[in-house]
Ligand binder design. Structure first.
Ligand SMILES: C[S@@+](CC[C@H](N)C(=O)[O-])C[C@H]1O[C@@H](n2cnc3c(N)ncnc32)[C@H](O)[C@@H]1O
Length: 359
């Protein structure tokens, strides 16, 4: 296979620089060299690998989940330009013939205002394309198992990227985005961050073990209660720590104790199953707080936000997570740490620190 040397990465518009720095760093760590290319706010980044099959090599050597800022990654053939509107399918067919076999197609656009205007086109074009590719035996029947998924990324009606992503090492969601419906009883939109975090981080096979009724939780920086609402919705008992007021209906559930205290000095009376933290403070300070909880064994799992600084956002994330990893390792603590710039995150990332990792 040749020419699959561009990695296309989708990200939130405005975070191209972080996504580019991250893929360049992670690829270099596994010996895949190249250079990133992007325009500000275009909602995606290209990483051109020097080796002809560099994009596929990167996907073999890296775990998609190790990336924070990329919502999806696709190993692409060279960009298709100046496509005639009368026949876009023939040039795509030629590229697909050189790629691994797939049974699923996602035709996607950037998550930007311009991109969203192409949604209708992408949907219609996608069904025509899938039909044509299956007819020519360039795609397997829908139900047949394949290791790869075919992606077509629409830049505009005349410009497309065609590529593949490994099904077991990429996002399963279209555009790498999990859309959630806002639960109207929840006191704040922040509630979606914790819901998405659980969907993204916790594998389905561990859901029942990790999110159970009767568990105990501490919510640091809880007001007005969007995250507490999610914990209560899982039938947990929650200590909500915040000087601000909590939502009245939530307090009436009888499952919440409100403590008007400083999250940085609060000490739980007993270890809890979950600690979640949405305190707005410097990322290094919040990292220090997470470390205190982990080193003292005050929680089994933590989900926390790191608010990103205005500048050097990627460097700061690397510093904070590196520090956390180093200190936990030095203390001999068994842990798993994952971080993600979630769809519902803006100037922050969300992290899951598991202190009771599997096997
Ligand atoms: C982004 S809001 C939390 C929103 C909440 N997760 C929700 O879903 O409704 C941040 C909260 O952190 C609280 N906060 C900031 N510094 C704090 C501290 N040192 N101790 C406790 N709470 C703090 C603020 O009062 C604010 O309510």
């Amino acid at each position: 296979m040749t020419e699959v040397n561009t990695l296309l990465l989708y990200c939130r518009s405005g975070f191209e620089k972080e996504c580019a720095a991250e893929i360049t760093t992670r690829c270099a760590e596994v010996g895949v060299y190249g250079y990133p290319q992007f325009d500000p706010e275009q909602g995606y980044v290209l990483f051109h690998c020097h080796e002809p099959d560099g994009a596929l090599t990167a996907m073999r050597k890296l775990r998609f989940r190790a990336l924070i800022f990329a919502r999806q990654w696709v190993a692409c053939m060279p960009r298709l330009d100046n496509l005639p509107s009368s026949d876009r399918i023939t040039p795509i067919r030629e590229q697909v013939a050189l790629l691994p076999k797939t049974s699923e197609l996602m035709v996607e656009v950037a998550d930007t205002t311009d991109g969203r205007e192409l949604h209708g086109f992408a949907r219609k074009f996608g069904s025509a394309l899938a039909q044509a590719l299956r007819r020519d035996n360039l795609m397997l029947p829908r139900k047949q198992r394949a290791d790869w998924r075919l992606h077509v990324f629409v830049v505009d009606g005349r410009t497309l990227w065609v590529g593949v992503a490994p099904i077991g090492n990429s996002s399963a969601w279209s555009m790498g985005v999990l859309r959630l419906k806002f639960p109207h009883q929840a006191p704040s939109r922040s509630t979606l961050k914790l819901e998405e975090a659980w969907h993204y981080f916790i594998p389905a096979r561990r859901k029942e073990q990790l999110l159970r009724g009767g568990m105990t939780a501490v919510d640091l920086g809880a007001a007005p209660g969007g995250w507490t609402w999610q914990l209560v919705n899982q039938h947990m008992f929650v200590t909500a720590v915040d000087n601000g007021p909590m939502n009245d209906d939530l307090m009436e559930s009888g499952q919440v104790e409100h403590r008007r205290e400083d999250a940085f000095t609060f000490v739980p009376s007993k270890p809890v199953d979950w600690m979640v933290c949405d305190v707005v403070d410097k990322p290094a300070r919040v990292t220090g707080l997470m470390l205190t909880w982990a080193l003292n064994g005050w929680c089994r799992n933590a989900i926390f936000n790191l608010k990103l600084p205005m500048k050097q956002r990627f460097d700061e994330v690397e510093r904070c997570l590196g520090h956390l990893r180093d200190e936990l390792a030095a203390a001999g603590i068994d842990y798993r740490l994952q971080a993600r710039h979630l769809y519902h995150d803006r100037e922050e990332i969300t992290c899951w620190l598991s202190l009771t990792p599997e096997g």
